[in-house]
Design a protein around this ligand. Structure first.
Ligand SMILES: *Cc1c(COP(=O)(O)O)cnc(C)c1O
Length: 507
């Protein structure tokens, strides 16, 4: 009970964390407000000598009640919080669709160089030539990998990239007198951000059903096309972990009907260096640097979702963008011929993410990126083959891309649900896979190992998963419905937390 010895004002009903280093048995960490007390302060502040008459009625009448803690108390609070986290640095993170891959430490070293970390977007461009050079070179890699001619670098996440691409599509239609087009087609297997983006921009979303093999039905797309369709938003590889074999046919049909093809490229991890989406007829596609190019994410951490654009959409790209000139790199603030849809956000995007992504690319080289994509696919197929013994894989008769999907029919009659299964994984030391997504299969479990896992790690994970599945089928329901037993908190009311967030602490 070392915490008490540093003067922590522990409430009697709280259990102080043990010093054992075993985070699995730590109780939930109390808030700073609950640990500290207003009578204490970690620093000695001099009395203020201000004539407080100048404040008039604005003078604070009640004490501020900030919790006072010493530096070690503060530090321990945050270190204990960090130990409650599951992270890719602590173990395999099989969250499908999220590409939780290892972030090489070289990336961090580069991102922390002062010339990248300490720049300000309003600095004179002559003083940030190196940083602009990174943005420009990264843009070049993204266009090369996708065979496209333009890229908007500023979007700060995948969903933001979708918005950027769809705004370019909207601007292009308006410029050619097609502003009436108000429908966006979205396959059922799409990521939830796709229909959300279309709806946010005022489009009517028309869903396209999937075929029984999990891929998009081309004839359903052709039937839905009309003079009112602005675009299709299609994820490829799709969220069932499958490559859309008819993607070219779909692109051609959409173009013939005067629409644009927005491709959700968040799963680019599976195909980078193998297929160039520009060759498949895409008009816009975001790339999640924080997935495919390894930069850390999760917990709302910074992302970056640059959007590559076809020749048709390039003139509508947002400003500002970086251009090479005889005097070095310049920042174009107004756009070519003023057809740009304007500013998506204040400046250029996430410098730290750009630096990490370019470092990842340069350290792999083009051939290394191809290998990474192939290894990601190989790893997923290995897991698929091993798990197929006990799990029910709806599209198991065909190879998957970088992620493999099970439904919950193998749990039928066991009294164990997908949610219970996920919670039991926590007790085994694993972060759960993505669950109940995609919506096209019942009780989905979407598993993405990424290329960073070794055969040893994959085998250990597969063994645990098979063991859990066998135990559910053998009737050991307790192991599931009570799980997690080793986490600081048990089952949380996530919906309640989202609907009624308690954002303010009160005594
Ligand atoms: C992650 C993801 C997105 C959204 O990206 P964010 O950076 O989380 O906004 C969109 N589509 C797919 C398929 C994804 O996996």
């Amino acid at each position: 009970m070392s915490m008490n010895s540093v003067g922590r004002s522990t409430k009697s009903d709280q259990v102080a964390p043990s010093g054992s280093g075993d985070c699995s048995l730590l109780p939930a960490e109390p808030l700073l407000f609950e640990i500290g007390s207003t009578e204490h302060s970690g620093v000695d502040l001099p009395d203020i000598e201000v004539d407080d008459k100048r404040l008039g009625n604005f003078r604070r009448q009640t004490p501020l009640e900030l919790p006072g803690l010493s530096e070690p108390e503060n530090m321990r609070h945050y270190v204990r919080l960090s130990r409650l986290n599951y992270s890719i640095d602590a173990g395999l993170y099989p969250l499908g669709s999220c590409t939780m891959k290892h972030n090489p430490r070289l990336n961090e070293k580069m991102a922390r160089l002062p010339g990248f970390a300490d720049v300000h977007p309003l600095q004179p461009v002559s003083t940030v030539q190196g940083a602009l050079g990174v943005i420009s070179e990264l843009a070049h890699w993204l266009m090369t990998l996708t065979n496209t001619s333009a890229v908007a670098m500023s979007p700060k996440a995948g969903a933001h990239g979708e918005m950027c691409g769809m705004m370019a599509i909207k601007a292009a239609h308006a410029a050619s007198g097609q502003g009436h087009r108000n429908i966006v087609l979205v396959p059922e297997s799409a990521h939830g951000t796709n229909p959300a983006t279309a709806a946010f921009l005022g489009y009517k979303v028309v869903p396209i059903p999937a075929k029984s093999d999990g891929t998009v039905d081309v004839s359903a797309v052709e039937e839905a096309l009309s003079a009112d369709v602005a675009a299709i938003m299609l994820t490829n590889p799709n969220t069932c972990g499958l490559f859309e074999p008819d993607v070219k046919k779909i692109a051609d049909a959409v173009h013939k009907a005067g629409g644009y093809f927005y491709c959700d490229g968040a799963n680019f991890n599976a195909i980078m260096g193998v297929i160039r989406p520009g060759d498949l007829g895409i008009d816009a596609m975001h790339i999640n640097l924080h997935k495919t190019f390894s930069t850390p994410h999760g917990g709302g951490g910074p992302g970056a979702g640059p959007v590559v654009l076809s020749d048709a959409l390039a003139p509508f790209a947002p400003v500002p963008f970086v251009q090479k000139s005889n005097e070095g790199f310049v920042v174009e603030e107004h756009g070519d011929g003023n057809s740009s849809f304007g500013r998506l956000c204040a400046f250029h995007g996430q410098m730290g993410m750009f630096t990490r992504a370019l470092t990842y690319m340069l350290s792999h080289g083009g051939d290394g990126l191809t290998q990474a994509a192939k290894d990601a696919v190989l790893n997923a197929n290995y897991l698929k083959a091993r798990l197929q013994e006990e799990f029910s894989m709806p599209y198991g008769d065909q190879p998957c891309m970088h992620e493999t999907l099970s439904d919950d029919s193998f749990l039928e009659g066991t009294g164990v649900t997908t949610l219970d299964f996920a919670k039991a994984m926590i007790d085994e030391g694993y972060h759960p896979m993505t669950m109940y997504f995609p919506l096209v299969v019942h009780g989905a479990m979407l598993i993405e190992p990424t290329e960073s896992e070794s055969l040893y790690a994959l085998d250990a994970f597969a063994q645990t998963m098979l063991d859990l599945a066998k135990s559910a089928k053998a009737g050991d329901v307790e192991r599931f419905v009570n799980a997690p037993t080793k986490a600081p908190l048990r089952r949380l009311d996530e919906t309640g937390a989202a609907r009624n967030p308690v954002l303010k602490w009160s005594k």
